[in-house]
Design a protein around this ligand. Structure first.
Ligand SMILES: Cc1cc2nc3c(=O)[nH]c(=O)nc-3n(C[C@H](O)[C@H](O)[C@H](O)COP(=O)(O)OP(=O)(O)OC[C@H]3O[C@@H](n4cnc5c(N)ncnc54)[C@H](O)[C@@H]3O)c2cc1C
Length: 491
């Protein structure tokens, strides 16, 4: 690929979503005053006002940006444009469970991560502070933490409070970046349930909470600039080839950082000529299904945010040897009952089941212009849990006055997470990047995001994406991880 040559940079970062923005935040805190960083963003800035007025998070169609093949009815969702998925996410900001990182060693299935929960803990904390995450102190019993949540917990509904009393230490108010208390850039969450484009601007987004990197004079932000390929020569990344205003351009840099999400990161590498055995492989996400528990005389919908409770009753344990972990969300928005006086006696649930990544699920670059996401199906491990859900849920909900439990006949087409395709590991034979998100062979190339996840976890991925990006920025600049504590909040 040819084109005009732009000027040289210390680093080129592709994308402006969570992965790229959290990386930039930490990278700039450590970079010299004269550093020059180019950020290439495929979309444009659609600010909060534009999003509310237009009822969508971007002017670009994500559905048209890739092809799908394989399992009928399966889909993948994301937002293209400045801020990426932060514009449309729901703000559920969960840590993974410590045992998610050692699935193979503990339970003999899937893969271990090359790093541990403890390695990530200070970075989880730092990411939660940037997003002002709200959560309860008691959650530390399941997900250990060194500092309290930055914001107090959301209020549970009456039905959820009963569930919490029945399952002490396993059911909690949610951990979320939907503000419990107003911050300088965000209102408090009003539980309207319109979270994809929050009218109150209460959830964390890059636009309302992490614009500092883009105001830094060391950054050049180029919008409508689509990265096409990484320039590779003599085993090193020399820069990025990109398309801007119809022209193909080339920018040179010492470091290349891809933060374009797990579909596009893999596609960009494939177009650049990378042939790693695992590149594009193990595309995966959770299998999710919704349910409703109809209650006798117990009200719901008085929680203070849209997804208000989080249950770990079906999550970790020896069952994971043969049965996938399932995370239970109790949802504080939904359809009321029709019977007079009983409108609120229903508890909507979302059951999120981990999958075991399968190599045959993949991203391909068969069409040079658009990636193809090939999904053949979920693992038997996940499907077994789906099959046992009624029985499992009846047990979990037994302490509540449940009249009737309705579980959706079909799982959701997507949980809106995209994981795998540039898996991290210690062995270049079965992974693409190392634990610092550095490509095994091309050592000045970083591949950020949930593409690196070697195992699924039922927990939502974004907080972990952010923690990994903060850590990668430290590691690439040789910073002592302990220094994260000292710098927290200061940069
Ligand atoms: C409706 C919805 C709700 C969600 N809710 C939650 C939730 O509650 N909790 C949770 O943990 N996760 C949630 N997610 C998932 C979350 O949005 C993603 O995990 C997260 O956005 C991934 O971050 P990222 O930075 O890796 O990628 P993205 O956020 O997808 O950012 C990628 C960026 O790269 C840009 N880009 C892409 N290709 C190129 C290219 N070739 N050149 C230049 N730029 C490019 C994009 O425009 C974008 O800015 C949700 C997703 C959706 C769709």
């Amino acid at each position: 690929m040819g084109g005009a040559v732009a000027t040289d940079f210390q680093a080129i970062v592709v994308g402006t979503g969570f992965a790229a923005s959290f990386f930039l935040h930490r990278y700039l805190a450590l970079a010299p005053p004269d550093a020059r960083v180019l950020v290439l963003e495929r979309g444009r800035v659609n600010d909060h006002r534009w999003q509310v007025a237009n009822g969508r998070s971007s002017d670009l169609s994500s559905a048209e940006s890739f092809r799908h093949s394989g399992m009928a009815g399966k889909s993948w969702r994301f937002t293209l444009g400045f801020g990426g998925g932060s514009n449309c996410w729901w703000g559920n900001a969960f840590r993974l469970h410590p045992n998610d990182f050692r699935l193979r060693s503990l339970y003999g299935v899937g893969r271990d991560w090359p790093l541990s929960y403890d390695d990530l803990e200070p970075y989880y904390q730092a990411a939660e502070e940037i997003m002002a995450v709200s959560g309860p102190p008691g959650m530390a019993r399941v997900l250990p933490r060194t500092q309290p949540f930055p914001q107090p917990p959301h209020r549970l509904s009456r039905a959820e409070t009963a569930l919490q009393q029945a399952w002490p230490g396993l059911f909690f108010p949610v951990a979320t970046a939907r503000a419990r208390l107003a911050t300088s850039g965000r209102s408090a969450c009003c539980a309207n349930g319109v979270c994809e484009i929050c009218p109150a601007d209460a959830k964390f987004t890059i636009l309302n909470g992490l614009m500092s990197p883009y105001r830094d004079p060391r950054i050049t932000l180029l919008l409508r600039a689509e990265a096409l390929a990484v320039d590779i020569g003599a085993g090193r990344a020399g820069g990025v080839v990109y398309r801007h205003e119809g022209r193909e351009m080339r920018a040179r840099s010492d470091l290349v950082v891809l933060g374009a999400n797990a579909i596009f990161n893999a596609f960009i590498l494939q177009r650049s000529g990378f042939r790693d055995a695992m590149l594009g492989r193990c595309l995966h996400e959770q299998l999710a299904v919704t349910a409703e528990a109809f209650l006798d005389g117990l009200d719901h919908f008085d929680g203070s945010t849209s997804v208000s409770g989080l249950g770990y009753m079906l999550y970790d344990g020896n069952h994971r040897r043969h049965l996938a972990a399932c995370l239970i969300e109790t949802v504080n928005v939904g359809q009321l009952r029709a019977e007079p006086g009983r409108w609120r006696q229903v508890l909507p649930l979302r059951l999120i089941i981990e999958d075991l990544p399968r190599p045959e699920n993949r991203v391909e670059a068969a069409d040079g212009e658009r990636p193809t996401a090939v999904f053949e199906g979920y693992s038997p491990y996940a499907l077994r849990r789906l099959k046992s859900l009624r029985q499992d849920l009846e047990r979990v909900l037994a302490p509540l006055p449940v009249e009737r439990l309705e579980i959706a006949a079909e799982p959701l087409a997507t949980e809106a997470h995209i994981q795998g395709t540039t898996v991290m590991g210690d062995d270049p034979a079965d992974s693409v990047v190392d634990r610092d998100l550095v490509h095994h062979r091309v050592r000045n190339l970083l591949v950020l995001g949930s593409g690196a996840f070697p195992a699924c976890s039922p927990a939502h991925p974004t907080l972990t994406i952010c923690a990994l990006s903060l850590r990668a920025a430290d590691r690439v600049q040789g910073a002592d991880p302990v220094a994260v504590h000292a710098r927290r909040g200061g940069s």
